[in-house]
Design a binder for this molecule. Sequence first.
Ligand code: SF4
Length: 345
Amino acid sequence: MKTLTLYEQLKEKLYNVVPDAELYLKAQIAEEVLQWKTKRNALILGHNYMEPALFYSVPDYTGDSLKLAKLAMETDKPIIVFCGVRFMAETAKILNPEKMVLLPSLKAGCSLAESISAEEVRKLKAQYPGVPVVCYINTYAEVKAESDVCCTSSNAAAVVEALKSDTVIFIPDEYLAKNVAKETGRHVIVPTKHPERLKDTEVEYVLIGWHGKCEVHEKFTVEDIEAVRKQFSDVVVLAHPECHPDVVAAADFSGSTAAMMRYVSESNAKRYLLLTECSMADNVAAANPDKEMVRLCSVRCPHMNQITLEDTRNALKYLQYEIQIDKAILEKAAQSLKRMFALTG
Ligand code: SF4
């Protein structure tokens, strides 16, 4: 595709989101990415939090963690470039051990994935023997390998329910655990802070959480929502379940990034407040030009922000940075992902 054509397409989509001069430069780099993609016979997956010019130009598929994990299993391309963060690229590798999976930047981490180690999961299992462990997909391969089943924000409650166990260890997102506990009628404890509580509690259903937090979603407050509602009484508020439970309770809708995108495109309301990552709100705004997104966006994920069009081109050009996972860990981690697919479809 010629630069001018790509630029024109991006301009049509992103005229109210990205400044014109910046867009032309990005279209030039995106064209190089597309040439390298063809040369390498590669598949590019783009998470919903990618910056708009990348999101709308080079990926073969875009979506949330769950959708991209499923798509990664279906491709016959020998190389997958994951425009997202490391745990997502690892997930693609776990599901495609024979393929080369590339992450364009080594700096693309995640505060949730880094909040818990495999050793800490082993300690939790020793503390609560026989209790099934559900790990959020935002974890590294070693943690998935220590868990019984994985989940995403869109199927977390369904996975917990499907286990049919009175007590479940749910790691590592404390707020997601609290939101899932509310949805599934469970009591929640965070044993790293109060190790004695499980013995004392008399409630029937218990979710044992961890103290991990998403450094983006933990920043939103109920006061933010109240301030926007005061200014725009008709605003529809959407919050990601990684937000504090009080924020989720004060919102009109809570769901995964894909669910939020679907909600905005299918709803008739004119004005929305998206309590999620900045670029995701930009991407939703670009896809729904007739609807207004109230910009409360001061929180760009610093890890997602590491993935640029330049890095994506270099990933394909130099075949960097390849995800490598120890075979035994990979096989165990694959079991927790496959069990999630078996439980939720
Ligand atoms: S937005 Fe939060 S959960 Fe997602 S990658 Fe960034 S830090 Fe991790």
